[in-house]
Design a protein around this ligand. Structure first.
Ligand code: ATP
Ligand code: MG
Length: 291
C-alpha cells in the first residue's frame, strides 16, 4: 500500500486534534503500521506529547522555505514504528515568511514528496495548528485527506461548516483537486450531558457516513498522558481512553482497506472482453503441383 497522508485540522483550538493524532498514530504503530507524525504547530504539543525536546531550528520551517530535505528532520521516538518531525516556537514565523515565497501554497507538497516516494511509512499524520493560516493551508494542499477532530460541544457544527467550505474551495480552485474528507472524530464526549448526545446526533444527521462510529470519551487519563510524554496506550493501556483510540485505529484501518479495495476495482476494466480473441488463421493448404 503506498504511503497515505492525512492532515488533522480544525481551526478551533483545544478540540482534540493533537490528542487524536498521537493516540491514533501510537495505536496504529503498535499494530505494526509504520507511522510518521509531522508537528505543524508552533505550540509543538505533538513534539512534547511524544516525549521529545523542542530544539531551536528543528521544525519544518527550513524545509518549507530553504529547501532543507524534510527527511533530515525525522526523529525516532521511543515507540516502535512511530517517528516524528518535531516543531518549536520559531515555526510561527512561517505564517509571515511562507506567503512571500514562490508557489507558497505548495511548499509542503514539494517537501513531502521524497518521503512519500520512498514508501518508508504506511501513514503520515500532520498535526495542524488551530487556525486556517498558511501552515494549515500548506498541510491541506500537501495531503490526500483531512481528518476533522470535533469536540462534542455547542459550537462544533459552526466550526465544521467553515472547515468543510475551505476543503471545497481548495478542491474547486485546483489547489488540491483530490482532497477528500477521511472522517470526523467526535472527541471529549461526556455521556452525562444531554448536549453531548445532541451534538453527536446532529453531526450524524448531516454527515452520516463521514463520522467515525468510535466516539472518544472525556477522560482524565487522556488529559494526563501528554505531561508524561506518552501517547495514551503507553501511559495507561487499559484506560477507557486507550480502549477508545484502539477501537478508532481498527475502524480507521478498516476504512483504509475498503478504500484501497474500491480503488483497485475502479482501476481494473469493468467488463472483460466479450469475444475471445480469434484463433490464428490456419495455414493455407499447399497448392497442388502443376501438371
Ligand atoms: N478525550 C479527552 N478527554 C480529556 N481531555 C482531553 C481529551 N482530548 C484532549 N484532551 C485535553 O484537552 C486539551 C486540548 O486537547 P488537544 O491538545 O488534543 O487539542 P488541539 O485541538 O490539538 O488543541 P490546539 O488547537 O491548541 O492545537 C489538552 O489538554 C488535552 O490533553
Ligand atoms: Mg494541537
Amino acid at each position: 500500500m503506498p504511503t497515505q497522508t492525512f492532515a488533522f485540522a480544525n481551526q478551533k483550538g483545544g478540540v482534540g486534534k493533537t490528542t487524536t493524532v498521537l493516540s491514533l498514530a501510537a495505536c496504529l504503530a503498535d499494530a505494526g503500521q509504520r507511522v510518521l507524525v509531522i508537528d505543524f504547530d508552533p505550540q509543538a504539543n505533538a513534539t512534547s506529547g511524544l516525549g521529545q525536546e523542542k530544539l531551536e531550528g528543528h521544525s519544518v520551517y527550513d524545509a518549507l522555505l530553504h529547501g532543507q530535505p524534510l527527511a533530515t528532520l525525522i526523529r525516532q521516538t521511543e515507540f516502535p514504528n512511530l517517528d516524528l518531525i518535531p516543531s518549536e516556537e520559531d515555526l510561527a514565523a512561517a505564517e509571515v515568511d511562507v506567503p512571500r515565497a514562490e508557489r507558497y501554497l505548495e511548499r509542503f507538497k514539494m517537501a513531502i514528496e521524497p518521503i512519500k516516494a520512498a514508501g518508508t511509512y504506511d501513514f503520515i499524520f500532520v498535526d495542524c495548528p488551530p487556525s486556517l493560516g498558511i501552515l494549515t493551508m500548506n498541510a491541506l494542499v500537501g495531503v490526500e485527506r483531512i481528518v476533522i477532530a470535533l469536540q462534542c460541544e455547542y459550537y462544533a457544527l459552526e466550526g465544521l461548516t467553515v472547515i468543510l467550505r475551505v476543503v471545497e474551495h481548495l478542491r474547486s480552485s485546483g489547489a488540491n483537486p483530490t482532497l477528500d474528507v477521511e472522517g470526523i472524530v467526535m472527541t471529549m464526549f461526556d455521556s452525562r450531558t444531554n448536549l453531548a448526545h445532541q451534538v453527536v446526533e446532529e453531526v450524524h444527521k448531516h454527515f452520516a457516513d463521514k463520522v467515525f462510529k468510535t466516539i472518544i470519551p472525556r477522560t482524565v487519563r487522556l488529559s494526563e498522558a501528554p505531561s508524561f510524554g506518552k501517547p495514551i496506550i503507553h501511559y495507561d493501556r487499559h484506560s477507557a481512553g486507550a480502549t477508545a483510540y484502539m477501537a478508532l485505529a481498527k475502524e480507521f484501518l478498516k476504512r483504509q482497506r475498503a478504500e484501497q479495495a474500491a480503488a483497485v476495482v475502479v482501476a481494473e476494466p469493468a467488463v472483460p472482453p466479450a469475444v475471445a480473441p480469434a484463433a490464428p488463421a490456419a495455414p493455407e493448404p499447399p497448392s497442388p503441383p502443376v501438371a
